[in-house]
Write a protein that binds this ligand. Structure first.
Ligand code: 9MR
Length: 357
């Protein structure tokens, strides 16, 4: 029989084991607020950012799930053929585990961020293993440790002129539409437990081209599910614009209902709000960013199929490619919940309110 003392010792041991992650985040962050809503909040990050202790502390406080901004794309993972480098992804995963966070995989099959050798290699005969073996290796490496995988990323583009709405990618050119099925089946085989996601942008906003995108997405999903492709969730990236085309809440809600009606889960995978084109007054811009985020998240979270919200980064500090500042006439972009000094912005408050609503 298990003695009471043994039981208490086990309990104490478990508490000690958990302590580091709690100690690292005494303050309530978006992750805790999200948990109370029954969802998970997190963000994309990169290992170079983790070297900044103040940022790491903010990340541990705010994020309950981590995604890789670029270190789990093929260019990073397989820089030369057959030679894998998991250091970036493993570094992020280690941080996630230390801080009790879940982990996402982004992304297995994309038209961008592929290593330079891949295009030529794909021209050889019997090239399918370049897709399926890659997925088996990468998903196998992270097996049991990734909650959800973006299996294919950005595969629709109705304006490319195909009846099936598929984007004209290097994968489509080489294998035809079947590459998507191959990718999902390979991922399913390599990790039976991970949630398999199709991730894209284009369904979020209210313009006529987005009507076409939503229709193409529903068409694509229903056909894929009918073929037995193991797609389990739709990821909407959620890259919004504070001063450009807006979300149409009604259209978005109807679309999400249809997705849920297919039995799929929904994730917001890369949310941020571009503030270019706005007034110079920072308070006004921050408010517009916050309002756009709230309008979007209210609809996304109203649907019971939505499981997760991730922002594409946490702090404006690391958004400094020169092109951005040119577009903002010398100003820094302010598109994320925390500012450049990790202070909470109106967008943080808007997200907290959306989670609590
Ligand atoms: O933010 C990412 C940037 O650091 C990379 O250089 C780029 C190319 O790999 O990808 C960016 O992330 C994109 C994501 O992977 C897919 N959706 C659009 C994102 C923003 O461009």
């Amino acid at each position: 029989m298990i003695s009471r003392r043994f039981f208490l010792e086990q309990l104490a041991g478990a508490a000690t084991a958990l302590r580091p992650s709690f100690a690292a985040r005494v303050e309530t962050g978006l992750r805790d607020i999200a948990v109370r809503r029954g969802i998970v909040y997190g963000c994309a990050a990169a290992t170079y950012e983790l070297k900044d202790a103040a940022f790491s502390a903010a990340l541990a406080r705010e994020a309950g799930i981590l995604s890789a901004e670029y270190e789990m794309k093929r260019a990073a993972l397989e820089p030369s053929r057959g030679r894998y480098d998991f250091s970036g992804g493993d570094g992020l995963l280690a941080f996630a585990r230390t801080h009790g966070m879940a982990f996402r995989g982004h992304t297995l099959v994309w038209d961008h961020s592929n290593p330079p050798w891949l295009a030529d290699a794909l021209q050889q005969p019997n090239a399918e293993p370049l897709l399926t073996d890659y997925i088996a290796t990468v998903v196998g490496h992270y097996k049991g440790r990734v909650r959800s995988w973006d299996v294919v990323n950005e595969v629709l583009q109705p304006t490319d002129g195909r009846r099936d709405g598929l984007r004209d990618t290097l994968w489509l050119k080489r294998f035809g539409p079947g590459y998507i099925d191959m990718a999902f089946h390979a991922a399913r085989q390599a990790d039976p437990a991970a949630l398999l996601v199709y991730n894209d942008w284009g369904c979020e906003w209210g313009a006529p081209e987005n009507d076409r995108f939503r229709a193409a997405t529903l068409d694509f999903l229903s056909h894929a599910l009918a073929r037995g492709v193991p797609i389990q969730a739709l990821g909407l990236q959620g890259h919004l614009s504070a001063f450009g085309t807006q979300v149409d809440q009604k259209k978005l809600a109807v679309f999400l209902d249809a997705v849920r009606g297919m039995g799929l889960k929904i994730l917001v995978t890369e949310h941020d709000v571009d503030d270019s084109g706005g007034p110079s007054d920072i308070a006004l811009r921050d408010q517009a960013v916050a309002d756009a985020s709230r309008r979007f998240l209210d609809v996304m979270l109203d649907n019971p199929a939505t499981q997760a919200v991730l922002t594409w980064g946490l702090s404006d500090r690391f958004l400094d490619p020169p092109g951005w500042r040119d577009r903002l006439a010398g100003r820094y972009p302010r598109k994320l919940p925390l500012d450049r000094d990790y202070g909470r912005k109106p967008m943080w408050n808007a997200m907290a309110k959306a989670f609590r609503a």
